[in-house]
Design a protein around this ligand. Structure first.
Ligand code: ZN
Length: 289
């Protein structure tokens, strides 16, 4: 465990990401703040996802992002099921922040075992492929994609917007990691409180340790859940009005779509313990849609 002083410094550093949309001018490597990098290789990841194109999933290239003469694909995997069933669409965003690898590494095992009868699953990944390749939170120009849902200055945020428009999701799950010491989720105001508690229960039942506090140090009740609050929504509104920044969870809220942002702990060296909550959460949401 980090010392309290280290944790406080890391949290203060992390807070700075909430004040600027463009913290860097390039996909700066972000592996401080206690991040334990996981074995992630973009080419191998893309290859593995493409190999899952078949009877259960259609895997196609949604867009390409150029960086240093290389084209990095953003893939879209869509489950195939009989027309009209299942009727509800669950959209998963994986890798909005490229250095948060657990959510990316969760996608292949998720697709391999997903019950396509439960929900129409659409996975967009990696949303920020340059960041994923460079172990960076940011995109090729140093923008934080998850602050760009007001201005849509980044190609990545525009791709997400296009996928929302086309797929019309009933529920969105965005897979992230953070500097806190265990897993928790943010839920927007359209996530039913009973459902949110049931999802925390499903994570705990699967062996995931739930955080008592979020990465701002706020106590979570129940553990693992940062629910939407009036204060939180006011801050979000102010953030958009004054700084022109908005995260996907607020973009969904504007469209009356429930969204959960899952945050596993990037401090954990155990690959399975970091990947598991992402797989479990998507399955638990699909089972309850
Ligand atoms: Zn993130």
């Amino acid at each position: 465990m980090p010392s309290l002083a280290t944790l406080r410094r890391d949290l203060a550093n992390f807070a700075r990401y909430h004040l600027v949309q463009r913290a860097e001018t390039h996909p700066a490597r972000t592996d401080d703040m206690g991040i334990v990098p996981l074995p992630f290789d973009l080419d191998a990841y893309v290859e593995r996802l493409r190999s899952l194109d078949g009877a259960r999933f259609e895997v196609s290239e949604e867009a390409r992002v150029e960086y240093r003469g290389r084209a990095h694909p953003i893939l879209c995997a869509r489950s195939r099921a009989p027309a009209g069933r299942p009727s509800k669409t669950l959209l998963v965003l994986a890798g909005v922040h490229g250095n948060e690898h657990a959510g990316l590494l969760a996608v292949p095992p998720l697709l391999e075992r997903f019950d396509v009868e439960r929900a129409r699953l659409v996975v967009l990944t990696p949303v920020n492929p340059v960041g994923a390749a460079e172990l960076s939170r940011f995109n090729a120009e140093g923008y934080d994609v998850n602050r760009d849902f007001v201005r849509f200055a980044t190609p990545e945020a525009r791709v997400v917007r296009d996928v929302f428009d086309r797929e019309r999701p009933d529920f969105v799950v965005s897979l992230h990691e953070g500097p806190q010491d265990a897993t928790f989720m943010f839920a927007n105001r359209f996530v039913d409180p009973g459902l949110a508690r049931a999802l925390c229960g499903a994570l705990a039942a699967g062996g995931t340790a739930l955080a008592e506090r979020d990465y701002f140090g706020l106590r979570l009740t129940p553990p693992g859940l940062s629910a939407s609050s009036r204060t939180g929504r006011a801050v979000t509104k102010l953030w958009a009005l004054t700084l022109g920044m908005k995260a996907s969870i607020a973009y969904s809220e504007d469209r009356a779509i429930p969204e959960i942002v899952l945050e596993s702990s990037w401090r954990m060296p155990d690959l399975q313990a970091r990947v598991r909550p992402h797989v479990d959460l998507v399955n638990a949401v699909a089972a309850r849609l």
